[in-house]
Design a binder for this molecule. Sequence first.
Ligand code: SP5
Ligand code: ZN
Length: 345
Amino acid sequence: MRTVFTPHHALHAPATEFFRGERVPCFEKVERARSVHEALIRSGHRIDAPEVDSAPVLAQVHGARYLNFLETAWSRWLALDPANADRQPFPSTWPIRTLRADREPAEFSAQLGVYSMDSGTPICAGTWAAAKAGADAAATAAHWVSQGERAALVATRPPGHHAGPDFMGGYCFLNNAAVAAQALRNAGCSRVAILDVDYHHGNGTQAIFYERADVLFVSLHGDPLTEFPFFLGHADETGAGAGLGFNLNLPLPAGTLAPAWFDALATGEQRVRDFRPDALVVSLGLDTFEHDPISKFKLSTVDFHTLGQRVAALGLPTVFVLEGGYATAELGLNTTAVLAGFEQP
Ligand code: SP5
Ligand code: ZN
């Protein structure tokens, strides 16, 4: 399978996140992409650099104010205090219910609250460059697939599926899966399905397409009653307006084992088939792995091979977009297991 990778991912190097009142090393590590890159080389997959500028597509899936904030965030952080070069900013105040998000504050620290959903997504000097390179990679894979490639993998980080129309969060800044889906629409696909198999609900992707009938969103994930992102991903979220009926959430309890997970996948597959899409985007989170340090499903490397076979059986031009997966040492092998299953059904 053709794959797209860029070393620019390493420009985003988050140091810490908050966990139970403490700062702990960020689970979304630079080494994740290295693990995947090495496994792709070992398994003989073709690897190319991004070759498409995602800027026009980014403007279709994210708001202009948010994109401008993200692009200028680091320089504005430094402008507050040159010593900030050694610190990564986190928001500390959010405009939740009764507070106003429509008036953009002038203060950078306050803007951080407007444009983020959590305090687990630090901005670094190279965050914009890395996230933009990742979005370019997603646009590149979509381009290849629209030109007749059977499938392609976007092998990059930071991930994207928690990033909404105008906010970052959950280690995500630009929604790479949404970029791939929108790029496929722009290239002439009438309907595009997104299948999100990350452990966490893809709240950002759902939000971006919630009122659209041309992009179906199907997600299998830990029940938001107990799992991040907590505030979206319930079964009663089925779309709105023209998009009513084009959003399917399949929340599963923490601790779910492979047989029940694959049963839910069958439900999602049937919805994708009924939609009759021209192309498929898979938000490929591998944090459903049994040894993932922050998640609670129990899939094995062999199960990821089966997942690849099941996706191949849908018979659609497919863009795989890497999302989560925090068992860094095994992440590469788990990724190539999906590709091997897809290619040898
Ligand atoms: C793309 C993606 O998978 N984002 C996930 C973001 C999850 N952020 C919350 C992490 C909570 C960490 N819990 C630590 C448990 C350690 N035992
Ligand atoms: Zn995840």
